[in-house]
Structures are given as structure tokens and as C-alpha cells.
Ligand binder design. Sequence first.
Ligand code: ADP
Ligand code: GLC
Length: 487
Amino acid sequence: MRILQVSAEIFPLLKTGGLADIAGALPTALLAQGCDARVLLPGFPAILAGLQDPVRVGAFGTPWGESVEVLFGALPAVSQGVHTVYAYVLVAPALYDRPGNPYEDANKHPYADNHRRFAALGWAAAHLAHGLDTHWRADLVHSHDWHCGLAPVCLAVWNAGQGPRVPSVHTIHNLAYQGIFWPQNFSDLGLPDHVFSVGGMEYFGQISFMKAGLSYASHITTVSPSYAREIQTPEQGCGLDGLLRGRAGALSGILNAVDDKVWDPATDRLLQHRYDVRNLTGKARNKAALQTAFGLTVDSDAPLFTVVSRLTEQKGLPLVLGGLQEILSRGGQLMVLGNGDTQLEQAFTLQAKAHPNQVAFKLGYDEDLAHRIFAASDVTLVPSRFEPCGLTQMYGLKYGSLPLVRRVGGLADTVTDTDLETLEDQTATGFVFDSFDASDYGRAVRRAFALYRRRSDWNRVRQTGMRIAFDWATAAQQYTHLYQSLM
Ligand code: ADP
Ligand code: GLC
């Protein structure tokens, strides 16, 4: 099975969030299942820099008259063990030769030509399914998020003409980001007029790349079973719930996994002190080291609550700010690493200034520090309003930090609340609250303190969490079964 994975980001070359982690791990996991998987990526500087021994496989013209070259090579940074990940990378400097964030400029404004930048990706996928590379032709195209949403429609339009029908899978990592553009940009996309319709990619008078993917993909997946259900409701459907209910028979949730080559405290080279479920001495040392580095009181008995996150509406951080006194008055500490929303950045900066020994805030994106935080942390806070899957609660579990999460999306699918019953049957792994309000959140925080005082119970819960596999083999098997069913 020749599968082309299309995404805008890939760890470790270019990452703005969990999408990159998944795009970086899935190809190797598929290769390990015997799938002939390759990836297609836009030629952002960081991605081109990671392409080894590139050869030119061809070029194609965009509908607006630009020429895009396609290079092929290996991605050593993405490859693991015996599995080499090969990639097609688009070379179009006018579109992609912009450093930094792939979607927006330094003032955090989306680039005005984003519809072209990502339409090229969609068309490239269709070309690779129809012989652009004479040595390798994709049997199925698997596209991710709105950036690649045009791939299924480009294939469908192509398929409507001559040649074999090439099926497509489109994965929603986050329905809240839809790639919406003005209708006058439609003419740039090179698609027939009928695509600009309610049954196609028209979205309240505008055009939506995400909707294009959802309307035309042979099958839609999202990154947890709960989110697959939630997006079929008006509350979480972002205006697309009707479409998704209509396609319920071709929609499923496949839970993300954790790449343990990157996220395993026993082998993590970014940690000062490595540890595992049998010996957690290293974890205590990592906690002391982080407390020292960020001016927090060095106290092994002070539960350390942490957040590693984009600071956006989705992540529910006003609950963390509102509930801070609950943590501080009980002798806890908070460490936050993140960037995004200016107001949230300022609010955490203020709290860190007001409580220098109990609150630390590191503004920015820092992959290495993220690892050190999970290793030091006692509780990973993820009180999201919505969460398609969420990776940080799983990293928390792996690193022995109990997740405190809202019962929504993938958080609900990966964390088991601690109560007498789950303690007794040893399934408890963290703290789960329901309503998005201060009192429900506050109760979960108090439960965390209560358990922290019962150290043997705490340790048991922590061990249960650390032992959960979240392995990629399981997820990759589900994807390969899906691919087979569509061929
Ligand atoms: P989302 O994709 O919605 O941002 P996920 O939990 O799926 O949420 O994935 C977030 C990923 O980004 C994780 O790998 C997390 O460690 C990482 N991350 C988020 N913010 C930062 C940051 N400021 N510095 C380093 N890593 C971060
Ligand atoms: C998105 C979601 C997040 C998910 C990630 C990877 O960014 O917000 O919940 O874990 O994609 O699928």
C-alpha cells in the first residue's frame, strides 16, 4: 500500500503544536506495519534544511501561473531505527520561503496568500497520485487539517476525469481552525465552479479548506473517539456538525499515540536525571532542578502543577488563573510554559511577579524545557474548553505527572478520574472535572491535594499512568485497516 501523508508541519523540523508530533510519528509507525508511506510537505526553510540528498522528481503549474518544483529525499531527523522516512517537498520560494511560524507573520497576522500556499499542497498531492513521480504513485492520500484540505477535492476533481480513482482520508486535528478565505480567492484554486457550493467548500458565503476536506474525502477521521462524537453536535461542530452528521458513516476517531522514542523518561536525553516507573528518584531530582532554575522554593513536598501549552481560548487557561489561589494557599506551586494570546501572557507574567517563589512563567516555545517540565511536574493541567485529542496529558502520564483535565474530547478518552472505586480497582490515573467553571475545576484541584497527602495512593495512581502504552503500533494498525477498507 503506497500511502502519501500530507501535512504542513512535521516534528522535529517544524512544529507549532500537536499536529507536528503526529505527522512526525505516524509515517514510521506505518512503515513498521509494512505500509509504503511517504510524506508530502511544503518547502518551508526548516523543512528543506532537513531534506537529505534531494533529487528533483518534476514540477507542476499552479492555477495562478506559478511553477512548483517537487524534490524527493530522506528526512533523517524524522526517521527512526531501520525505517527511513522519505518525503516530497515543494519548492516554491515565493510561497514558502518565510522563516518562523508557517501560517502567520511576525505580527501574528495570517499571510494574505495562505489560500495559494496551501492550495499548492493539495494539487501536489493529486499530482503524486497521478504519476508526477514515475517511480512511485500514491494509492491513497491521507491529509491532515485545513492546510491540506484541498487534497481530497483535487483528487475527486481529477478522478472525475480519466484515470484510477484514488481514495483519500482526511484527519481533523482541530475543527476550530478551518482555513476560511474570501470567495474571490476561489478562482485561484483551479477548481470547477460546482465546488463552490453548499455541498462543496462554500461556508457561509466564504470558502473553507477544512470543509473541502470533509466534503470530498473518502473517509474522515479525527484524533479521538469522543471528539468524533462531539463534532457532530452544534456545540462543538464549528458550523460543520450538519455535514459531519451527514457523513457519520464515513467518520471515525482514532486515538493519537505517544512517540516513545521522543517521550520516555527512561531514555529522554533532554533530562538531567532519567527515571522509570520502578525508580522515581530521578524525578524528584528533576523537580528540585526545575524549582532551582526558576526561583521556586526548593521543596519536594510542594506539589508542582504545570502547564505546557499554546495560550489560546481552547486551552481553558482562565480556569488556571482563576484557581491559582486554591493552589497557592495550599502550599502548591505553578509553572507555565507557553505563548500565544497577549492577555494570557500578561496575566501569567503578573502572577509570576506577584508570587516569585510559587509561580514561574516562561514565555515562549521551548521544546527542551517542555521535557524538563513534564519530568519535574506532579500535576499536568489541561482544563480545555475543547480538546480533539491532547498530547500533554499523555506526556504527563508517561512522565509520572498526574493529569488534571476536563472531561472533553481526547482528555476524556485518556484520563481516568480518581475516586474510591478507581483507586480500588487500580484504574485511576488523574483528575477529571466536568463543567467549565471555577467550582468544578477547584474541586478537582482539591482532590489532587487530598491524594498528594496520601502518598502511597498517589504513587499507585502515578504508576498506573506511567504504565499505559499509548503506543503507535495500535494507532497505525487502525489506520492501515482503514486504508485497506477504502482501496
Ligand atoms: P495542540 O496541538 O492543540 O497545541 P497538543 O496537546 O496536541 O495540543 O500538542 C501540543 C504539543 O506542543 C505538545 O507536544 C506540547 O509539548 C507542545 N507545546 C505546546 N506549547 C509549547 C511550548 N510553549 N513550548 C514547547 N512545547 C510546547
Ligand atoms: C490539535 C488538537 C490537539 C491534538 C493535536 C494532534 O492541535 O488541538 O488536541 O492532540 O491536534 O492531533
